[in-house]
Design a protein around this ligand. Sequence first.
Ligand code: ATP
Ligand code: MG
Length: 233
Amino acid sequence: MILVCGGVKGGTGKTTTAVNLGIERARRGAKVLLVDADPDQESLTDYIANREERKAEPSVSVIQVKGTTTSKSLVALSKDYDDVLVDCGGFDSVELRQAVLICQAWIVPLNPTQMQVWTMPKLKEVLDGANAMRGDAQLTAHLLGMRLSTNSLNRARSDLDTVAQEFEGFGVLTTVVHQRAAFERAEALGLAVTELEKASESDRKARDAVSMLHDELFGSLRVTRRKGGADGR
Ligand SMILES: Nc1ncnc2c1ncn2[C@@H]1O[C@H](COP(=O)(O)OP(=O)(O)OP(=O)(O)O)[C@@H](O)[C@H]1O
Ligand SMILES: [Mg+2]
């Protein structure tokens, strides 16, 4: 499956979502490719370079794909992998528009603060633009509650539902990811939060959220490799 993490606002957690999901997917046995499709930064590339330097297992491949041939490149690359996870920049980019033309899932990490909700019309324009070209394979964009406050009175989840009801073509994932120190700690080590040792109670909640997100998007079974894949399996 080609899965895109994209939005039109910076710092919402797109790279964090892509890298944690990608590593977790690889840990479950899938052949995963992470795609850095952010034309302005190389955060995903740097994250995985750090992981490689530290020799963390499993090793996960990362490649940079940019520009007007992004769709074509992603489709070609996807033939050699079970799953391709694409990390786009935090703005309306050629890469995002190209990726959502051909992906099977589009995840929009969003904390429904007013400033983030204001990006919804632009996101809808991107989605509608893609769907105008996708024929029968219409795409739903999945809002992911990301970096939500751990304050139990926080109404963010129901606010997300309200946003999705207002914008046709958008749904809300059941999983929510709270703001937790585990993500920054894992980032410094080139790990997913699911790989952290000596996990605190809060770390375990972060781990459970990523695990649940994985299962919600990919199903909870371990991957059975397709026959005849590119690695000769
Ligand atoms: N759930 C979380 N809890 C705590 N910190 C988080 C969480 N998600 C992301 N962060 C931190 O927030 C910062 C921004 O996250 P990230 O780089 O993933 O956002 P982004 O949407 O990819 O940003 P950009 O638009 O610049 O590409 C990072 O330092 C990351 O560690
Ligand atoms: Mg990013």
